[in-house]
Design a protein around this ligand. Sequence first.
Ligand SMILES: Nc1ncnc2c1ncn2[C@@H]1O[C@H](COP(=O)(O)OP(=O)(O)OP(=O)(O)O)[C@@H](O)[C@H]1O
Length: 308
Amino acid sequence: MRPFVSVTGLRKSYGAHRVLDGIDLTIAQGTVFSLLGPNGAGKTTTVQILSTLIKANAGEIRVAGHDLAKEPDKVRAAIGVTGQFSAVDSFLTGEENLRLMADLLHLGRAKGRTRARELLERFDLTDAARKPAATYSGGMRRRLDLAMTVVGTPRLIFLDEPTTGLDPRSRRTMWQIVRDLVRQDGVTIFLTTQYLEEADELADRIALLSQGRLVAEGSPGELKRMVPGGHVVVRFADPDGYRRAASHLRVTSRDEESLTVQIPGTGVSTLRELLERLDGQAIDVAELSVHTPDLDDVFLALTEESSR
Ligand SMILES: Nc1ncnc2c1ncn2[C@@H]1O[C@H](COP(=O)(O)OP(=O)(O)OP(=O)(O)O)[C@@H](O)[C@H]1O
């Protein structure tokens, strides 16, 4: 697939503080790319540079087929940004906000009205269309904000922490809207989020930023395979079983108080062998659970490694 965004050797410093230290990335058209990183890693700085708000010190950036340094206006015309600084005017209704945006984009009266109605429907805001945005819940406000970005039919949308503070239901509605934008409209999404679960749900590719460098990049599945977090936790029925098992098995950690041990690996053969051994020794198991690594494990392992 054709890259919609390509970045090579991106650097940015504030005085002596090197915030981005040589970033390379490509984002395919019609996909969701998520940039993850601990606080202060440089995510917002990256978004600000790619959305033409601030200038890089070095690097080549192409967005939507345009060189960002040479044709920032063409890049600006292809993108939309939504996030922490909402464009929503609380005194206006949802519909008025959308029509105002359509006016700003010179869509024309009739087209603006149709577009507003269409977006209210699509973003599940029709019932609240005539109410002032001040009365909206957090989730409705976020949806309106994104709808306002979509009025201009951007081909790339920067979504900065789109569901921070939302309840699980509103979060799911937002996720579905984002998926539809990608699937139905072919929009490319650049997502920053502090929820690893969100990146796991939405992103085709994830890049992990730590101290100004990308320390890992891949699909959620590929990233999970990079860390050996998978293990089985076994809780024994009695202290005798616990002690015998702990001395017979290759355990990575044990806890005498809760009578549990951790055994590395989650494969079927590992499990079969484990159960056969316990059975052979007549050791009673009270509970067994399989823990496959999630993005939290990856995030912690890789960002810790890079800060060492
Ligand atoms: N205008 C500025 N002047 C000086 N330093 C800055 C400026 N903007 C950002 N920084 C510094 O750059 C670093 C990266 O900041 P940035 O906001 O990009 O991080 P982030 O990954 O978005 O963090 P968070 O998750 O907390 O939003 C931080 O150490 C920050 O203090």
